[in-house]
Write a protein that binds this ligand. Structure first.
Ligand code: KG4
Ligand code: ZN
Length: 350
C-alpha cells in the first residue's frame, strides 16, 4: 500500500526553495528546485534574504511541482517538510506552509531532519543504495561519517571539529576571488591544473592513528583553510597569484578530497562493509567520487546522488517523510522548526 502513497516534500532550510511529488519510494513525478541567486553578490547566504525569497517562491514552486506531476494538491497523501537543521527564518517559511497545507487537506504532516534526508538521496537514483553502508554526509553546514546498518539506525563514527567541508570550499573560493557556491567554482577552476604544485596540510590524518584514537575518524578543515590563505597571500605579495589560481584550486580540492576519502576508507576497513553512500552538496564533487571509487577498488560500491539530488532538494525530503510516516512518526500542528534539530536515532560509535 505504501508504494502508492503520494508524498509532497518541501525544502526551505537554506537557499534552495524546492518541492517534490514522490510516489512510493522512487517515482519522482514532479520536482522543482529554485536556487536563490541573490546571495551571490554577498559571497554567501544572507539569512533574511533567504527567508523572504522562500516566502515569495514557495507557492509557485508547489504549483509547478504539482503541475509537472499531474496531481492536484488534494491528491497528496502525506505532507513532508524540513523541520531542521538550517536557517531558522528560512525553515519557518516551509514549516508554516506545510502545517497550513496538512491542516487544510486533513492529511498527515511529517517533520524531516535535513541531514537524514541527504542520506536517502542516493536511493532515489539507485534502489541498491540501501543499508548496510558507510555514509559520508558532506554539506555546507555538516560533515558526518556514519555507519548505517539499517534505515533509522545511525552510528556516528566521526564529524568535523570546526568547519564543514562545504563551508571550507566556500571560504577557499572566496579567498581566491571565485564566486559562491565555492565547490563548483573550485572544481571548474581546478580542471587540468596541477594539484601538487602548492603542498597543503592534511589535518588529523596520520598513519599512526588507531581506531581507539579520537582522531581516527574526526575531521578538521580550519587549519587547511588557514594554510591555504597564507599561501594565497604569499603569491599575492609576489604578484603571481592570478596565474596560480587554477593550481591553488586544484591543491585545495586535492587536500580536502584526501582527508574525506581517508576517513571514509578507515570506516570501510573497520566495518568490513565496502558499500559507501555519499550525501550533501560536496557529494557532487567529481574528484571526491573518483578518489573514493579508486580507493574502494574492485568489490567496492559507491552510491553518490546525481548533482541535482546531492544539493538541497525536496525529493529527498519526500523520501524521508515516507520513511518516517511508515514508522508512524507524524507531527501535530505544534510542529516547530529548529535551527539545531538533533539527528534522529543517532548513536555514538560502531
Ligand atoms: O547540501 P547543500 O546543497 O546545502 C547544505 O545543506 O549546506 O551543500 C552546499 C555545499 C556548498 O558549500 C557547496 O560549495 C558545496 O556543497 N558543493 C561542492 C560541490 N558542489 C557543491 N563542494 C565541492 N565540490 C563540488 N562540486
Ligand atoms: Zn543540505
Amino acid at each position: 500500500m505504501d508504494r502508492d502513497l503520494l508524498v509532497l516534500g518541501v525544502e526551505t532550510s537554506c537557499d534552495e526553495t524546492s518541492v517534490a511529488v514522490l510516489r512510493g519510494t522512487s517515482q519522482l513525478l514532479g520536482h522543482v528546485v529554485v536556487s536563490q541567486d541573490a546571495h551571490r553578490v554577498w559571497g554567501g547566504v544572507v539569512p533574511e534574504l533567504a527567508a523572504r525569497a522562500h516566502l515569495r517562491m514557495l507557492d509557485q514552486a508547489v504549483k509547478a511541482a504539482l503541475a509537472e506531476a499531474g496531481v492536484r494538491l488534494d491528491g497528496i497523501d502525506v505532507v513532508g517538510v524540513t523541520a531542521g537543521p538550517g536557517l531558522i527564518g528560512a525553515l519557518l517559511v516551509g514549516v508554516a506552509w506545510a502545517k497550513a497545507a496538512a491542516w487544510a487537506l486533513g492529511k498527515p504532516l511529517v517533520g524531516v531532519h535535513h541531514m537524514e534526508a541527504h542520506l536517502f538521496a542516493a536511493s532515489l537514483d539507485d534502489a541498491r543504495a540501501e543499508p548496510p553502508f558507510v555514509a559520508l554526509l558532506v554539506s555546507g553546514g555538516h560533515t558526518l561519517l556514519l555507519w548505517v546498518p539499517a534505515w533509522g539506525d545511525y552510528r556516528l563514527l566521526g564529524a568535523t571539529r570546526d568547519d564543514a567541508a562545504g563551508e571550507a570550499y566556500d571560504k577557499a573560493a572566496k579567498i581566491l576571488g571565485l564566486p559562491y557556491p565555492g565547490g563548483p567554482a573550485i572544481q571548474r577552476a581546478a580542471a587540468e591544473a596541477d594539484p601538487t604544485r602548492h603542498p597543503l596540510p592534511r589535518p588529523l590524518v596520520s598513519r599512526s592513528h588507531t581506531p581507539v584514537d579520537p582522531e581516527f575518524y574526526a575531521m578538521s578543515f580550519s587549519g587547511l583553510k588557514t594554510a591555504f590563505r597564507t599561501r594565497v597571500h604569499e603569491l599575492q605579495r609576489a604578484g603571481s597569484l592570478e596565474a596560480e589560481v587554477p593550481h591553488l584550486a586544484a591543491a585545495f580540492q586535492h587536500a580536502t578530497t584526501d582527508v574525506l576519502a581517508t576517513k571514509t576508507l578507515r570506516a570501510v576497513e573497520q566495518t568490513g562493509c565496502r558499500r559507501v553512500v555519499l550525501g550533501g552538496g560536496v557529494a557532487s564533487s567529481a574528484a571526491l567520487r573518483a578518489e573514493i571509487v579508486r580507493r574502494l577498488g574492485a568489490g567496492g560500491e559507491l552510491f553518490a546522488p546525481s548533482p541535482r539530488l546531492s544539493t538541497d532538494n525536496g525529493a529527498m525530503i519526500a523520501r524521508t517523510a515516507l520513511f518516517r510516516y511508515t514508522r508512524g512518526e507524524t507531527a501535530g500542528l505544534e510542529l516547530n522548526a529548529r535551527a539545531d534539530l538533533p539527528f534522529p536515532n543517532l548513536h555514538r560509535g560502531d
